[in-house]
Each structure stands twice: as structure tokens, then as C-alpha cells.
Design a protein around this ligand. Structure first.
Ligand SMILES: [Zn+2]
Length: 242
């Protein structure tokens, strides 16, 4: 009897040890996993919704930085599919050129409106990428992460928890040729691949052939290459919660 008890005790110890080791390996793996923060700005509900299946095909989660006074049906659908709804002001105003009251109405007051409708806004992108230190200070009292729009920045995941981060535009207009686009994407993916737990933000608007859009073909190039390299896609929120 005593022997039996001893064996079951040993078995439990072994099981617990293996489980804890498993959790630790999983944690280390997660911390080292690099990723892309893909975002779409402004408001293109129908266009974006049409791409939900494409995102699912590659297991891609994205962040939509929207201009809206209150949540729309699109917001709930996007959240249900695992994407993030983030904010981009009510009317796409350049915050560096408006009054304090307007900053409040455009970027801060809507947080409560969305909250009342069940959506927590924790990430904000500056329209036209226009920001200054004073705005950062003010908005960081209400949002966790503020996103710019003018540069490629390779960051650590911890930098995505609080503060200002840059993001690279993948709008068609910035790349004269397919070759130029692919070269830029390859650089970003190689940098991520060589990093330990690095993340980089990419953004566009609608998914189409227009100048301030990204073509589906280009988007799929990113998805396929990222998949080959085992690079993950995160929403900004996901990294704030980790
Ligand atoms: Zn915008």
C-alpha cells in the first residue's frame, strides 16, 4: 500500500514537472516569436469585410484604425473574427492644428461612447501621422499605444505596451514597381526573422489597386512570405495584454 502511494506521488510530481516545463517552453517560445502588426486606416467597412476570409486563410489578425462617431456593425464583426478595432479620430483631423477642445472631441470623448457600446479602444493612430510630444503626453493618459505613419520601426514587443510607435506605409503609391515593394517587404521580414521577439507595424487603407490602397496581390505576398518564415501577425491589443 505504502509503495503504491509512493509511486502515485512520484507520478504526480513528474506530471506537474513536465507540465510546468511545457508552460515555460511555451512562454519562451511566445516571447521569442516575432511578428507583424498589420493595420488598415480610415474606414472601408465593406472592402475590409470582403477580406476577412483571406485573413483567415493565412491566420492573419489585423487592427482597423477607424474614423467613426460610434461603433458600426463592421466593428462587431471584425472583433468576432479576432481583429482589433482601434481609433483614428472622429473626422480624420490633423490633431497638431486644432484646439484643445477639438482634440478632446475628436480623440478622447469617443472612448466613452465606444465603451458604452461594449468596445474598449486602447490603440490610436494619428491621422496624417501628425503628432507632437504634447499630444503624446495627453493621449497616453487615455490610450496605451499611439501609432505614427511615417517610418519603418523594428521594435520589441514590450514597446507595444505603452507609448508611441512608428509604422511603415505599404500603400501602392509608395512603391513604383512590384520589385520595389517586394524588396521592402523582404527587408522587413528578414529583420524580423533575425530578431528575438521583434515586431514591426505596416499599414494601408483599402485593399485594392488605388494609390492609397494596397493590392490584394501585394498583401498575399506578405502573407505567404511571413508564413514561410513562421512570422506571426498580431493586433496591437494582443501585445498590450501579454
Ligand atoms: Zn488616415
Amino acid at each position: 500500500m505504502r509503495k503504491k502511494l509512493f509511486f502515485s506521488f512520484t507520478a504526480i510530481v513528474v506530471i506537474v514537472a513536465v507540465t510546468l516545463a511545457g508552460i515555460k517552453i511555451d512562454r519562451v517560445h511566445k516571447a521569442r516569436q516575432c511578428g507583424i502588426l498589420l493595420a488598415f486606416d480610415d474606414y472601408g467597412a465593406e472592402n475590409w469585410e470582403n477580406c476577412f476570409d483571406l485573413f483567415d486563410k493565412y491566420n492573419v489578425k489585423v487592427t482597423f484604425f477607424i474614423n467613426a462617431e460610434e461603433p458600426t456593425d463592421f466593428c462587431y464583426k471584425a472583433i468576432e473574427r479576432g481583429h482589433e478595432i482601434a481609433y483614428h479620430t472622429k473626422n480624420h483631423v490633423r490633431l497638431t492644428e486644432v484646439s484643445q477642445e477639438e482634440v478632446y472631441q475628436q480623440a478622447i470623448a469617443p472612448i466613452e461612447v465606444f465603451r458604452e457600446h461594449g468596445i474598449e479602444l486602447t490603440t490610436f493612430a494619428y491621422p496624417y501621422g501628425a503628432y507632437n510630444e504634447q499630444l503624446n503626453e495627453q493621449l497616453l493618459q487615455h490610450y496605451n499605444v499611439l501609432r505614427g505613419a511615417y517610418a519603418y520601426q523594428l521594435a520589441g514587443k514590450h514597446e507595444m505596451r505603452h507609448g508611441f510607435v512608428e509604422s511603415l506605409s505599404i500603400d501602392n503609391i509608395n512603391y513604383e514597381s512590384e520589385e520595389m515593394f517586394r524588396k521592402q517587404i523582404d527587408t522587413v521580414l528578414d529583420d524580423l526573422d533575425n530578431s528575438v521577439g521583434g515586431v514591426a507595424g505596416l499599414y494601408s487603407h483599402a485593399i485594392s489597386e488605388g494609390a492609397w490602397c494596397v493590392s490584394q496581390e501585394r498583401l498575399e505576398y506578405i502573407f505567404q512570405k511571413a508564413q514561410e518564415k513562421g512570422i506571426q501577425f498580431y493586433t496591437y491589443r494582443e501585445l498590450q495584454e501579454n
